[in-house]
Design a protein around this ligand. Structure first.
Ligand code: NAP
Ligand code: MG
Length: 500
């Protein structure tokens, strides 16, 4: 029950000046696609937003050729400092148009405006600012002498953080001197198209970034195009696996950011109120459409009941509804298809014997919605403990000792992220050391920073995005060529100097 009722506070979509139809962005211009156009809708109302062009293999050819030309004739001829200036300009334009981008993102994706406004869009600007700073310092990134750009990068991104995933892909690629062809997800193309307008405003040379809208076929044609040098993919493990197979032996450099089933481990010495907030942020942020979501709560047995009770109380205060309302905590599920998947896995969880609890909130009539849900007493072999639900659904498991927590946390085919809640720094470090996860948060969750590398182990993929590690994915380095980081002679000299 809500003790505080809030008056509606919707952000006005009138700030948007959307076109009725969007073309493909190739060689600096919007052009018609050769595939059958499709509509993008708002998942909270199922209302039509705009008609979107669909790129077929012919369009992919044209876009890759434009990126190749831009690489050969312009982008590779610019100094790092000049590339950096374009990135700074893009970052500033993102800031200037921040409100508009946030509204467009919430409209097209269904995420609450307070998240797109306070998390997604500021991080997009931060990513461009950060990599702008690297553009003229590649020699100092610790990646060996004179790292060189790869050429044309083919990038495919998912729908959960449409503009942020675009920034994670495009900013390091351009800073490292590559040109780009990017495909956004079919259900969330809008902000990538507004971003294309920003590139025109920034007067980025034609062909340096090309945006191809379309579905899975477009993505497949792009990553399999023979003239791309680098493939960067974020999405499901199944598609990632197919891309790894099709690019094997082609010489294309590949990074895969795939799924996750993160453990959020709460010890009995943790500050419980903060941990509860962290659990909520870990799995209910962005409706749980987060690859690194803390979807498995591992709570120490002696505080299990207290934590679950407090969690239920907290979830009962979350407001589900209009994503454009500034008071909304839980927005819409991105698509009917995703909603069906969440429903199916939740029903399986119940059938497998876990205790299902759902927050009592009114569900809007139209659109795709799923109320925050907890499954308690989940067994480690249950499908809801092993498979990614990618929705606002938390599976609760218990443990007695740190060793049991570690073994349960690592008992997953994934290895993207994890969280640890404890009052003791030494315990946090000791446990973190033994977790097989690319990112580990301590007494917090779902924090992102452009300077911090992000990526997974096992079925969560390989390669890192963010930080100087994220640059390595877009550069041919002496380390790639098998050379040691520091030549032996240089190492000897350093040793001598130190020992004298
Ligand atoms: P998905 O089906 O793999 O789609 C991801 C992207 O790949 C979309 O643009 C999709 O196009 C495209 N695509 C589909 N089939 C393709 C193919 N055969 N070849 C090339 N591209 C293809 O994933 P999703 O279900 O939309 O996204 C959710 C998944 O992404 C989750 O598993 C989540 O964990 C993962 N994810 C991972 C990270 C990370 O950083 N590790 C971040 C976000 C999401 P369409 O949209 O048009 O189908
Ligand atoms: Mg949409």
């Amino acid at each position: 029950m809500n003790f505080l009722e809030y008056a509606p506070a919707p952000e006005s979509p009138s700030i948007l000046h959307l076109r009725k139809e969007y073309g493909l962005f190739i060689d600096g211009e919007f052009v018609k696609g050769h595939g059958k156009p499709f509509a993008t809708i708002s998942p909270s109302s199922e209302k039509h937003i705009a008609q979107i062009a669909n790129a077929n293999a012919k369009d992919v050819d044209v876009a890759v050729a434009a990126a190749r030309r831009a690489y050969d004739r312009t982008w590779s001829k610019l100094s790092g400092a000049d590339r950096g200036k374009f990135l700074f300009r893009i970052a500033r334009l993102v800031q200037e148009r921040a409100r508009e981008l946030a509204v467009a993102e919430s409209l097209d994706n269904g995420k609450p405006i307070k998240e797109s406004r306070d998390v997604d869009v500021p991080l997009v600007a931060a990513w461009f600012f950060y990599y702008a700073g690297w553009a003229d310092k590649l020699d100092y990134a610790g990646l060996g002498a004179s790292p060189a750009a790869l050429g044309v990068a083919a990038q495919v991104i998912p729908w959960n953080f449409p503009l942020l995933m675009l920034a994670w892909k495009i900013a390091p690629a351009l800073a490292a001197g590559n040109t780009v062809v990017l495909k956004p997800a079919e259900t969330t193309p809008l902000t990538a198209l507004l971003f294309a307008e920003i590139l025109q405003q920034a007067e980025l040379p034609a062909g340096v970034v090309n945006i191809l809208t379309g579905a899975g076929d477009t993505g497949a044609a792009l990553v399999n195009h023979p003239d791309v040098n680098k493939v960067a993919f974020t999405g499901s493990t199944a598609v990632g696996r197919a891309i790894a197979k099709s690019t094997a032996g082609t010489g294309k450099k590949l990074t895969l950011e795939l799924g996750g089933k993160a453990a959020n481990i709460v010890f009995d010495d943790a500050p419980i109120d903060q941990a509860v907030e962290g659990i909520v942020n870990g799995i209910f942020f962005n409706q749980g459409h987060v690859c690194c979501a803390g979807s498995r709560l591992l709570v120490q047995e002696n505080i299990h009941e207290e934590v679950v009770d407090r969690l239920k109380r907290r979830l009962s205060t979350l407001r589900l509804g209009d994503p454009l309302d500034k008071n909304t905590d839980i927005g819409a599920i991105n698509s009917r298809e995703q909603l069906d998947r969440i429903r199916e896995l939740s029903d399986i969880g119940e059938a497998e014997g876990a205790d299902r609890w759902t927050a009592d909130c009114a569900i809007p009539e139209n659109g795709f919605w799923f109320a925050p849900t907890i499954f308690d007493n989940v067994s480690t072999s249950s499908r809801i403990a092993r498979e990614e639900i990618f929705g606002p659904v938390l599976s609760v498991l218990t443990f007695r000792t740190p060793a049991e927590a570690i073994s349960k946390a690592n008992n997953t085919p994934y290895g993207l992220s994890a969280g640890i809640w404890s009052d003791k720094g030494s315990k946090i470090l000791a446990v973190a050391d033994q977790l097989k996860a690319g990112v580990i948060w301590a007494n917090t969750f779902n924090r992102f920073d452009p300077a911090s590398p992000f990526g997974g182990y096992k079925e969560s993929g390989y390669g890192r995005e963010g930080g100087r590690h994220g640059l390595a994915a877009y550069l041919q380095t002496s380390i790639d060529a098998g050379a040691s980081r520091t030549p032996v002679a240089a190492r000897t000299t350093i040793t001598k100097k130190v020992t004298k």
